[in-house]
Design a protein around this ligand. Structure first.
Ligand code: ADP
Ligand code: MG
Length: 699
């Protein structure tokens, strides 16, 4: 039976078919419930009144009391406007209307006290208020709309049809009156009591017309909690379902390969964080459940080595492993470094990429199928159907955000019955709060410690006027034998211009440093040209590499100790951090120099100062999320769990999220199928989502 909130919006008094269509098209509001869950994006304190003498154009909103003394219509046709001179005891200002002039003229009264509400602006050096809200004292008394007025986002199309924020607010008030006593509670009583949450009806009322700040705070808390709680329940249940569905191989043995490498060939001591993560992985692969673990760690934190140790564990249990990297350069680099580590071990590592020759390819395929090749490293080429393993036990995926969920799934299917364990490595640190939601169905391990002896990278921000000093500094570094990256942005909208900038930059640098070889790479080059330029830089033949962000991911040139980023204001924080991660890999002190123009937005300024302040990727990710909102962060599109937050903010509501996660975990521990009578009301909210999760399957 459809409930009160499921009724079509057109039946709400004041809506009708035309507005219903507009609400549906523009805001996806189709039912009473949709409207009620369309929350204000801000509130204005309507208790405060100003004097006209205090008003200036920079104030966001003002409320004043006074009278209109004169009114006149100025201009012709569609240039016509109505102006009114509005006075209080401290002065006067102008009110202006461009629309509905006739209606205003008929209804506004001279010398009657009005409350005027609106945004002040400046025109010809004088203050005015365009399209103010006008209310008489009596009207205000008649309409108890709460002391704080909610403001709603509306679209241009809606405004043209007079369906503005104020109209939405009125519709909300009408709806709330009808809804009294008809909004069913959606959370179990035990949770309401334990967390001292207000009822859903109270919360929905207060969110649209709060009487006090406390009321508003309680309403927001209750609604945010519920939103995050339902998401966590879904995620945890999915995870539970996956664990039941996918059996995993048991790696019980810690044997010859793992031990020999660890004891005899590992060239350094593992960091505490690496040891901890290896333990976490071992705990996973000992159970007969498929591992799905995300390994987060800043650039250079030693993730690859953890992957290698896990591969050795797979071998000790008779399984093959593969490692998939997003680019050819990275795959080769992994191949070289893993082959280097394993050179004295009796095992075989292969490399398969798009440019592997046909004959080699055939041999690789054969060795994979007969089991003589234990470790395969490669690019997307690994996923191709012709690649078959004898016994694939572990898949490692590097730089996760470049691969989609579908690609991950394809690798799982390389085995008929039991999927391999999956270890996903990412150097894009994701704040814990976000990881809990986005990767909620993966287990997350974090390497939060760099190998010892690394000197923190020194970062500086300069404007163009310091160019000469910067070049002098670069010259000094070159004299010390170091290599330098200079990065130019390449952003698709103006690709041509960017390319010009890059080529100009290349010329400038070649002129400024005539005695060294300068190389260049960018995304428009052919793969072999790119490869060639990278190789020359790696070998030290070229000393400066002018590049676009193609060098962003994973490239390892330990002697390159200076990174200059041009137009640094144009990059996102996580990209800046990734770029900076290209230096600081050797024993020398490394530097990152951010060049920007003078005119930069506050947000850019914040990004650059964050880069100067810290090297900690998680710290940077937190700032990034607060600046951009979580939706934009790389990786968030790939969770496979669609969610669209109406009120909670993952950047700001980390505490509430944590609470929601804990409560959801407890609840599912005690009542996994949500079959206890008081928990059953949750099933409705869970089914409402788009995850298509079958709740009957977990009970
Ligand atoms: P990531 O993949 O996390 O960016 P890598 O695994 O490539 O980092 O490691 C970066 C560098 O640090 C490599 O040269 C690696 O050999 C080295 N390394 C890894 N672990 C340690 C350690 N515990 N002590 C010293 N050096 C290490
Ligand atoms: Mg790496």
């Amino acid at each position: 039976m459809p409930g009160f909130l499921d009724q079509e919006i057109k039946f709400l008094p004041g809506v009708g078919p035309k507005r219903a269509e507009l609400l549906g098209k523009e805001l996806k509001i189709k039912t009473f419930g949709d409207l009620l869950y369309y929350f204000p994006y801000k509130y204005i304190d309507r208790t405060k009144f100003y004097h006209i003498s205090e008003i200036h154009a920079q104030m966001p909103y003002i409320q004043i009391k006074g009278k209109i003394r004169t009114m006149e219509t100025i201009g012709e046709g569609n240039k016509q406007r109505l102006t009114a001179r509005f006075y209080d005891e401290t002065g006067s200002l102008e009110l202006v209307w461009f629309r509905a002039i006739k209606w205003q003229k008929e209804n506004l009264k001279l010398n009657k006290e009005y409350i005027v509400f609106g945004k002040p602006s400046e025109f010809n050096g004088r203050i005015n208020v365009v399209h103010p809200e006008m209310e008489t004292e009596e009207e205000k008394q008649l309409k108890p709309s709460g002391l704080f007025q909610g403001y709603y986002i509306t679209t241009e199309k809606m405004k043209n049809k007079y369906l503005n924020s104020k109209t939405i607010h009125k519709l909300q008030l009408t709806l709330l009156q009808l809804a009294t006593g008809k909004i069913d509670e959606t959370l179990p009583q035990t949770i309401l009591k334990k967390l001292k949450l207000i009822s859903l009806e109270k919360a929905l009322t207060a969110i649209h017309k709060p009487e006090t700040t406390t009321e508003l705070k309680n309403a927001r808390f209750r609604l945010k909690f519920e939103e995050l709680f339902i998401i966590q329940l879904k995620i945890l249940a999915l995870k539970h379902q996956r664990e039941n569905k996918f059996k995993g191989y048991r790696f019980e043995e810690v044997g010859y390969n793992f031990n020999t490498f660890y004891n005899d060939f590992l060239p350094f001591e593992l960091t505490g964080a690496q040891k901890r993560v290896i333990k976490e992985i071992r705990r996973d692969v000992k159970r007969n459940v498929q591992m799905n673990r995300l390994l987060q760690g800043d650039v250079g934190s030693g993730k690859t080595l953890v992957a290698l140790m896990t591969m050795l564990l797979a071998m000790d249990n008779g399984f093959q492993s593969c490692l998939m990297a997003p680019t050819e350069i990275l795959a080769q680099q992994h191949y070289q470094s893993l082959s280097g580590f394993l050179q004295n071990m009796p095992l075989k590592v292969g490399l398969l990429t798009g440019s592997t020759k046909k004959s080699e390819r055939r041999q690789l395929h054969e060795e994979l199928e007969n089991g003589t090749l234990q470790i395969l490293i490669g690019t997307h080429a690994l996923i191709e159907d012709v690649v078959n393993f004898k016994k694939l036990g572990l898949v490692v995926i590097d730089e996760q955000h470049r691969f989609g969920v579908a690609q991950r799934a394809k690798l799982w299917k390389k085995n008929d019955l039991i999927p391999p364990h999956v270890l996903v490595m990412t150097a894009t640190p994701i704040p814990r709060t976000l990881a809990m939601t986005v990767y909620g169905d993966l287990d997350v391990s974090v390497i939060d410690e760099l190998p010892p002896g690394r000197k923190p990278i020194e970062t500086h921000h300069f404007f163009e006027n310091k160019r000469k000093q910067v070049n002098n500094f670069l010259r000094m570094q070159l004299q010390k034998g170091r290599q330098i990256y200079v990065v130019y942005p390449l952003i698709t909208e103006s690709e041509k211009m960017d390319l010009k900038n890059l080529e100009e930059g290349f010329r400038h640098i070649s002129e400024a440093f005539p005695d060294v070889k300068v190389g260049m790479v960018h995304g428009r080059m052919k793969p072999d040209q790119k490869e060639n330029a990278m190789q020359k830089f790696k070998s030290g033949e070229s000393r400066i590499l002018v590049a676009t962000t193609v060098i962003e991911v994973g490239v390892d040139v330990p002697n390159a100790s200076v990174m200059v980023i041009e137009s640094a204001e144009r990059y996102g924080l996580s990209q800046l951090h990734q770029l900076r991660g290209r230096v600081g890999r050797g024993a020398e002190q490394s530097y990152c120099i951010l060049m920007s123009s003078y005119k930069i937005s506050n947000e850019s300024r914040k990004r650059l100062s964050t880069m100067v302040r810290t090297n900690d990727g998680f710290d940077i990710a937190e700032v990034d999320m607060k600046l951009r909102g979580p939706g934009d962060l790389e990786g968030t599109q790939q969770s496979g769990i669609g969610f669209d937050l109406k009120i909670a903010n993952l950047g700001k509501d980390g505490e509430i999220l944590k609470l929601a996660r804990d409560v959801a975990t407890d609840l599912l521990d005690n009542d996994p199928g949500l079959q206890q009578s008081e928990n059953r009301i949750l099933l409705k909210s869970l089914r409402a989502g788009k995850t298509g999760f079958d709740w009957s399957s977990i009970s």
